[in-house]
Design a protein around this ligand. Sequence first.
Ligand code: FMN
Length: 145
Amino acid sequence: MLSRLIYASSVAKPLDPAGINLLLSQARLRNGLRGVTGMLVFDSKYFLQAIEGSQRELSSLYSLLVNDPRHCDLMLLKFGRIDSRLFPSWNMAFAPADAAHRAVFGRRMAGSRFDPYSLDGTAAESLLIDFMTVGADLSEALARD
Ligand SMILES: Cc1cc2nc3c(=O)[nH]c(=O)nc-3n(C[C@H](O)[C@H](O)[C@H](O)COP(=O)(O)O)c2cc1C
């Protein structure tokens, strides 16, 4: 059963670009082997991630995620069955929630601060779609690393 899971989390200790690239390359490799797609947004403090795949794969990935010491305070925002993927071509797309992307998240978040914990599941999903639209170039650049 194809499903999508969206959660927010907080970085446990600072992650530099090399740390993010390592995380992404591990995630993309593993996701590619397991039919998982999705998108990760990170602002140096908070993560917002969508993962899509079979219910079984998402369930085992979520338990790995909960136990990953690189982040904490996971908050499940949305989980459910889907008919089609939002990120079919991405084993894990990435976009930074940085100043250059403030226009993307600012209108969905009070005070223009990237705070994924403030979103309900529907708003989180819409925001990830917005990021996908504007962040596609960057995701591609990172995917080629
Ligand atoms: C914010 C964040 C996002 C992650 N996303 C994924 C992911 O999409 N797919 C994945 O396999 N692992 C992801 N990971 C890594 C997993 O938590 C876990 O470390 C990894 O799957 C373990 O793989 P291994 O059992 O092969 O060592 C992520 C970790 C963090 C901190």
